[in-house]
Design a binder for this molecule. Structure first.
Ligand SMILES: [Zn+2]
Length: 346
């Protein structure tokens, strides 16, 4: 859609005093004595009954930015005339993610939107390598104002505004991309609407952000401590549950070889959840039987009673060896040797 096709030229520059005027302020037709703010060619004032009063180029024209230019120029003129600005609310917001993955928000409102009187207000005056639309001064402090209508504020200009270190804000009049501009609406948007503007830079914002950053960092650090404690608690709980299960599974009668302290195996022994298939350990069993003068049946009995998969998942080789030692009246080191040869421990 061609936006400008539906939008009519709302303001023109009156030659006699170089002011931007509305069609109501001038005689109709060529007698308005105005030029287009975009291309400086003569325009005529249309006081019709079907459309809102507007201006039109006197001769056919391909002037493309007349509408936007007229809104932009009148906005600057109104600010210059009235020497009043509606300053945007200054609010600083920082966010972060804590150790639990929750988002944290720190926000401070430094001041609410407010009206300020300007002691001076000029257009087109360069300052520290940038030319803002408006350079105002209020109680000795510079304030730089950018007014955008159809186009966003370019990043490089934004950077140059920030680099000045002066307060600067943007007034966004993009409403007029889709709404026909009138002087009354424009005045409302300029002087009454706090929501169409935001700070580009404010020296106080950096100070406040630094404070908020500290608070935020403290919260993130605290969450790291909390998370570590939480992890530890979780591990203790899991550990406790596993021990209770193991205890429940070993309610049958057996006496440990000693008081439950280490039986001579390294602490970090790896073991399987079950014995491998019989053909893998048949010869290990034969050797075990022959060393300890046991019958194959005796060994098989103990293996089937104490070495079911459901038991092996819950107990350690140390505990299992202790039971076998009791059942077979065999020395524990021999039993470890068998576990290893049979492929149960690694
Ligand atoms: Zn034009």
């Amino acid at each position: 859609m061609h936006m400008s096709a539906a939008l009519l030229l709302p303001f023109a520059r009156r030659i006699s005093d170089d002011q931007l005027v509305s069609p109501e302020e001038v005689p109709r037709g060529q007698a308005c004595n105005c030029i287009c703010p975009g291309c400086s060619h003569p325009v005529i004032a249309k006081h019709g009954t079907e459309k809102v009063w507007h201006f039109a180029h006197a001769k056919a024209s391909d002037c493309a930015n007349a509408y936007e230019k007229s809104v932009h120029e009148l906005a600057k003129q109104l600010l210059r005339e009235q020497k009043v600005i509606l300053v945007p609310k200054l609010q600083v917001t920082l966010s972060a993610r804590d150790a639990f993955g929750r988002s944290l928000l720190e926000q401070e409102t430094v001041f609410e939107s407010r009206r300020a009187r300007l002691d001076s207000c000029v257009c087109g005056k360069p300052l520290d390598g940038v030319t803002p639309d408006i350079l105002g001064n209020s109680s000795g402090r510079d304030v730089l104002i950018e007014i955008t209508v159809f186009h966003r504020l370019m990043l490089d200009k934004r950077d140059r505004l920030v680099e000045t270190g002066k307060s600067s804000f943007e007034i966004d009049l993009s409403l007029f991309k889709s709404v026909q501009a009138t002087r009354e609406l424009l005045e409302q948007e300029l002087f009454e609407n706090p929501n169409n503007r935001r700070w580009i830079f404010h020296p106080r914002a950096a100070e406040v952000a630094e404070q908020l950053q500290k608070t935020l960092q403290d919260k993130v650090d605290q969450s790291k401590t909390d998370f570590a404690a939480y992890q530890e608690q979780l591990a203790i709980k899991r550990d406790g549950e596993a021990r209770i299960k193991a205890k429940q599974a070993t309610q049958f009668a057996w006496q440990p070889m000693n008081d439950g302290t280490t039986l001579g195996l390294p602490d970090e022994l790896e073991w399987r959840a079950s014995f491998p298939p019989e053909e893998r350990w048949g010869h290990a069993r034969a050797a075990f039987c022959s060393r300890l003068c046991l019958s194959r049946n005796q060994v098989d009995e103990v293996m089937s009673e104490y070495s079911k998969r459901s038991h092996l998942a819950l107990i350690t080789p140390q505990e299992l060896a202790a039971r076998w030692a009791v059942a077979l009246r065999a020395p524990v080191p021999e039993i470890y040797r068998y576990f290893q040869e049979a492929g149960y421990t690694v």
